[in-house]
Write a protein that binds this ligand. Structure first.
Ligand code: SAM
Ligand code: SF4
Length: 429
């Protein structure tokens, strides 16, 4: 979502004359769009500002803007801790960034803009064309969360659940497709809670996108297990452009820990959703997020997670050690032993990687469908993805960017598939 927001921030500041530069010392304004989900992400922001300060020691000070969830959560505290910052802007206020910069240029007075103004944000963004023209592009359709998992800052930094208007989303999608975009990834902190006026659900959006001729692939992320409704599951049968990979975070395989986390689902319910999904589309793969070392997690709880992972056989999953976030209920709990947490994380990541590697090996010597996204920066090779998001490195040329091709996979490692064979174009779906 930060990538989507960063692109939209660029669309706005370009209206007041700013352009991107890849030469750091040439910049007269830095916008650091930040993430507050774990402590490491927050600390990176201060490290980056330290580097900017050093680079500009003997140069004119650039304007430094911090946007996103760290700005929302730490607000004035950020400016106090790091006086090099000129402006903090929350994730629901970034549509005002153009006016705020002009205001700062006039008054040279530090600015803190952290109101929740989500409706105005999307109304304004609708009037400014989304300039993305990459093969694969994001559209935010839903923001915020009402679920209040005990470990998570999202309900505090992004605010309550909000769904954008159906027509706004479809118009943005059509605009992107006319820019050359071939894959759209619908985004939301709880994307499958999308509900516009009790009339349009996520399934309505997928069905409408499926009818856009030039669009080739549709994905959505991130889903909450509780909101996996039957109409949405049916889309995996009926919408051929919806890709057969679902990111469905469970966080833990232990019912005790899920309860402590206030996740509002248990492992049995999760298995029942997977079963329905497999019935809807036998090729579907699942990826997930896991938190290791949640306060109160015992070895037995961790083994429940290992057991669940082995039963489901996830792809492309993420796992993190619990990071106490200020202001959340779990931040007050006693932390587990850090060495034990690191050990468990390594075990879990090993199992997840082995599944990925085993899955990648299944592609060897087989033909698979790839959407070519771009040329690699440092090599004469191209980058694409399979239907289930596995990166493929292959031989192609610029004319193939944005095309669906069939390639024979000749080798693989844990992360990527490789092809050194001739590519064939895939007929339109
Ligand atoms: N809404 C999605 C859900 O409920 O599954 C998840 C969205 S959350 C922004 C992304 C991921 O960050 C979570 O699935 C969780 O694994 C991880 N996360 C959130 N808070 C965390 C914390 N305090 N410590 C470690 N990981 C955390
Ligand atoms: Fe955070 Fe997802 Fe839980 Fe909402 S449902 S509080 S976004 S982890």
């Amino acid at each position: 979502m930060n990538e989507y927001d960063s692109n939209r921030i660029y669309d706005i500041v370009s209206l007041i004359g700013y352009t991107k530069t890849l030469v750091k010392k040439e910049a007269d304004c830095f916008v650091l769009n930040t993430c507050h989900i774990r402590e490491k992400a927050t600390e990176k922001v201060y490290d980056e500002i330290g580097r900017i300060r050093k680079d500009f020691k003997n140069l004119k000070k650039p304007l430094v803007v911090v946007s996103g969830c760290v700005a929302q959560a730490e607000s004035n505290e950020m400016i106090k801790r790091e006086p090099y910052i000129d402006m903090v802007i929350g994730p629901q206020s970034y549509h005002k960034i153009g006016d705020l910069i002009l205001d700062y240029e006039r008054k040279k007075k530090k600015i803190n803009e952290t109101e929740f103004d989500v409706i105005n944000k999307f109304d304004l963004l609708e009037k400014i064309s989304n300039s993305q023209n990459k093969t694969s592009s994001y559209i935010t359709i839903q923001e915020g969360c009402d679920k209040f998992c005990n470990f998570c800052v999202v309900p505090y930094t992004r605010g309550p659940e909000y769904s954008r208007s159906f027509s706004q989303v479809i118009n943005e999608a059509k605009n992107l497709v006319s820019n050359g975009v071939k894959e759209i990834i619908l985004l939301g902190q709880n994307v499958n809670a999308y509900n516009f006026n009790n009339k349009y659900k996520l399934s309505s959006l997928i069905i409408a996108l499926n009818n856009i001729t030039e669009l080739k692939r549709i994905r959505f992320t991130t889903s909450h297990p509780k909101d996996m409704t039957d109409d949405l599951i049916e889309c995996f049968t009926n919408c051929e452009k919806l890709m057969p990979l679902l990111h469905l975070p469970i966080q833990s395989g232990s019912n005790k820990v899920l309860k402590l986390m206030n996740r509002k689902h248990d492992r049995e319910y999760y298995f029942s959703i997977i079963e329905k999904l497999k019935k809807a589309n036998e090729n579907i793969k699942i990826s997930s997020d896991f938190i290791v070392g949640y306060p109160g997690e015992t070895e037995k709880d961790f083994q429940d997670t290992v057991d669940l992972v082995e039963k489901v056989g996830f792809l492309n999953s993420y796992s993190f050690i619990f990071s106490p976030r200020p202001g959340t209920p779990s931040a007050k709990k006693e932390l587990n032993n850090i060495e034990e947490n690191i050990k468990r994380l390594k075990i879990l990541q090993n199992i997840l990687e082995n599944f990925q590697y085993k899955n990648n090996k299944k592609y060897l010597s087989k033909n698979c469908e790839v959407l070519i996204e771009n040329k690699l920066e440092k090599e004469e090779k191209y980058f694409g993805r399979t239907k289930t998001m596995i990166p493929v490195i292959l031989d192609a040329d610029d004319s193939k960017i944005g095309e669906l091709v069939k390639v024979k996979i000749t080798s693989c490692n844990k992360k990527n598939l490789f092809s050194s064979h001739k590519i064939n174009k895939v007929k339109a779906a």
